[in-house]
Design a protein around this ligand. Structure first.
Ligand code: IVH
Length: 708
């Protein structure tokens, strides 16, 4: 059968052609199966073709297609997860809470094994990831099953979902015939924040913390949803194996890494308790900078023959222990609730706290999210903190998880003063006194003042000059605040930036003569502003600071419409939701009804539209041309930038790549085609090397795009 033919002697060209063919055959087969309900291949044939595709991709990772069948999940949604009995039980860990517990753990093991004080006994120490554990079963190198821990004996079958995760290889080369890899599924802070922002935008439920988000995402019945969730995986253990991965814990982890799994870079071999505690301290110090949640350090006996002698108690191994971090919690008094008004008018309540140290950091502010949160409800109306509301004067418990903004975990009702009243959320904007309204389905109350609201106007201007927008050198948040207040040379809307120079000429209080400015810096500022009169469409769209339109959406909109006039006309005509223009707007990848309505609403507002028109009159907006796929060396490829670029800004390099038809991603995965490594590139470059991803330095990148 063709699918069983060897791939060892395929040339790169053959492989490219073959991957295209497999992608087409498998996609037809998928369609026949799911839509026409008339399978054209048997299950065995289908699986064999998928395996062949995966094997070719594993050998030629750079040839993996954006529409690779490996990334397509064929299975239809199921009504519930089937159950899986683990071949080897999934254990939990005992806990150590202080140095003495760790000492006792080590001496207990020495005693158990009958080892002298002087005999060598090494341990590994690694972060305890705050996620959920997953067991991956590979047979003959192919991922056949992924299961959650469940009760340790029986878990849930989440194979389709696991297959969508970039950190989980679906095929392994040179693996034992049977291999169960175990590790933790988790979500990075940045991805968690982004996911919650998207959920809010869609009016869907948000997650309380990255762990819940990871669990909720992995346990989705529809694998298509899991695919869209940014889940990551660290391997740290194994279940059934047909042959040992190594003689020690550390060797085995190295083997897992060589097989293509992510292992935690902070794993270290320790020779004694001192080393272990030193590493614990180091990890604790790094905790806030890791970008994902950890809740302790796990120590494991390194020698596997010792591990097997030590064995298990009822639910925990004798050879491992989790040394937990002290909870990052502290009680303090809530002194006031302030309301901040953002660029889109959102009224955000902020808790002003009597300063308190939480996990080594002094905290005096915490987010209160919105009025429901203060009242003790989440955005679905369910209670949080057991329904306790938050009142000014309350004793509140603050918690920090990594570098995530501090939150209020609890309220001490016993300490509440008798005359404390529930917080009255303002219904007028505290900055401009306009009505602050809450639309149905929106968790947030917003100021309706638009541009007359000084807070909105200043935030909009700051956004306008920010890096991914107009990026005007010498005109940052501080200068914007000052110009906004300036009586002589006011900047109240973006268009005013472009008339500054001429207004200054006629001004009596010339900028050059003011504190903080001089002839040189002013001349530079004019040049910087001048340079931005010519500006690409995507930057303009992003700079307008329209609700829900982030950098990525702005790029997509720019690529779709191509020119400012088309964009403006398209959005204005889309106000009529039965029009072709509305359908066209919704056809843009990543634009949903919420964003589309926000766009049309902005352009339908007289004052906002006039302000945009005044701005555009000063600009030459560059069209975005999406090249034909074959025209550019990076068309259709997923490109990642890392390290410092010297010859162009990261934002510019990104824009160039996108203009050449590439998809720019922030993280390296098996889907990455090309990594551009600038100066000081670190972990991403290492990962790319491990995955065999083509990597170029900045000059190589410039040479590549020069051909385009
Ligand atoms: S080893 C037989 N290593 O912690 C020992 N577990 O509280 C298997 N966890 O169920 C676990 N990071 O979900 C191990 N580096 C790590 C871990 C880790 C997180 C989780 C795992 C386990 C739970 C026990």
């Amino acid at each position: 059968m063709e699918s069983e033919t060897v791939i060892d002697n395929l040339t790169e060209q053959d492989a490219r052609v073959e991957l295209a063919r497999l992608s087409s055959v498998l996609s037809q087969a998928n369609q026949a199966y799911h839509q026409a309900d008339a399978p054209m291949l048997s299950d065995a044939e289908y699986d064999a073709l998928r395996r062949r595709n995966a094997a070719i991709e594993a050998r030629f990772p750079t040839l993996k297609r954006p529409d690779s069948p490996s990334d397509q999940v064929g299975a239809a949604p199921v009504s519930g997860f089937s159950k899986v009995r683990h071949a080897v039980r999934m254990m939990s860990l005992g806990n150590a809470f202080d140095d003495t517990d760790v000492d006792d753990f080590v001496s207990g093991i020495r005693r158990y094994l009958g080892l002298e004080e002087t005999a060598a006994l090494a341990f590994t120490a690694e972060p305890k990831i705050d996620g959920l554990s997953l067991s991956l079963r590979y047979e003959n190198g192919t991922l056949v099953q992924a299961a959650t821990r469940g009760d340790g004996t029986v878990g849930e079958n989440v194979t389709d979902n696991a297959r969508t995760m970039p950190d989980i290889p679906t095929e392994l080369t040179n693996a034992p015939d049977v291999l169960e890899v175990r590790g933790e599924v988790y979500m990075r802070h940045a991805d968690f924040e982004r996911l919650n922002a998207m959920q809010t935008q869609k009016g869907a439920r948000t997650f309380a913390n990255p762990r819940n988000a990871a669990a909720g995402s992995l346990r989705q019945l529809d694998a298509h949803i899991t695919r869209q969730r940014p889940l990551a995986f660290f391997a740290y253990a194994w279940g059934e194996v047909s042959e040992p991965l190594g003689a020690s814990q550390s060797e085995s982890l190295d083997r897992l890494a060589a097989l293509g799994f992510q292992t935690n870079p902070l794993t270290q071999k320790c020779q004694n308790v001192d080393d272990m505690l030193k590493h614990y301290k180091k990890i604790e110090t790094l905790r806030a900078t890791l970008g994902y949640d950890i809740d302790g350090v796990v120590y494991k006996v390194d020698d596997l023959s010792y591990q097997s002698r030590l064995g298990f108690r009822s639910t925990t191994p004798r050879w491992a222990i989790a040394h937990k971090f002290p909870a990052e919690l502290a009680w303090t008094r809530l002194e006031a609730i302030d309301i901040q008004v953002g660029r889109t008018g959102a009224l955000s309540p902020v808790a002003r706290l009597a300063p308190v140290t939480v996990g080594g950091v002094v905290v005096s502010n915490a987010t209160l999210h919105n009025e429901d949160y203060i009242a003790g409800r989440d955005n679905t109306g369910a209670t949080i903190r057991d329904g306790k509301d938050i009142r000014v004067g309350d004793w509140v418990q603050i918690y920090r998880a990594g570098d995530v903004i501090p939150k209020i975990a609890d309220v001490d009702l016993n300490k509440r003063s008798k005359d404390a009243r529930p917080y009255d959320f303002p219904t007028k904007c505290p900055e401009c006194q306009s009505d602050a309204l809450r639309e149905a389905g929106d968790a947030v109350r917003r100021c309706t003042g638009g541009l007359i609201c000084p807070a909105q106007a200043v935030e909009k201007l700051k956004h306008f000059v920010s890096r991914a927008a107009f990026d005007i050198e010498g005109l940052g948040a501080k200068q914007i605040e000052a110009f906004y207040q300036d009586e002589v040379l006011p900047v109240r809307e973006p268009a005013d930036i472009f008339t500054l120079e001429t207004r200054n000429v006629a001004s009596l209080a010339k900028l050059e003569n003011r504190d903080g400015w001089g002839v040189k810096s002013v001349t530079k500022l004019w040049a910087a502003i001048e340079a931005k009169r010519l500006i690409p469409l995507n930057r303009v769209i992003f700079a307008l600071g329209l609700r829900h339109v982030g950098e990525a959406s702005a790029n997509l909109l720019a690529r779709h419409y191509g020119a400012w006039s088309k964009f403006e006309e398209g959005v204005i005509s889309a106000t009529d939701e039965s029009s072709a223009a509305w359908a066209d707007l919704l056809s843009v990848d990543g634009v949903g009804e919420v964003m589309a309505r926000a766009l049309t609403a902005s352009f339908a507002q007289e004052a906002e539209r006039a302000s945009i028109d005044r701005l555009i009159a000063h600009l030459t907006v560059q069209d975005i041309e999406v090249p034909e796929t074959d025209d550019s060396p990076v068309a259709g490829k997923t490109v990642v930038f890392t390290g410092t670029l010297e010859k162009m800004s990261r934002a510019e390099a990104k824009a160039r790549a996108e203009a050449l038809g590439a998809k720019v991603s922030g993280s390296v995965s098996t889907k990455t085609d090309l990594l551009i490594a600038g100066l000081g590139a670190g972990s991403k470059a290492k990962k790319a090397a491990k995955l065999g991803i083509q990597t170029l330095d900045e000059d190589g990148w410039l040479a590549l795009i020069a051909e385009a």
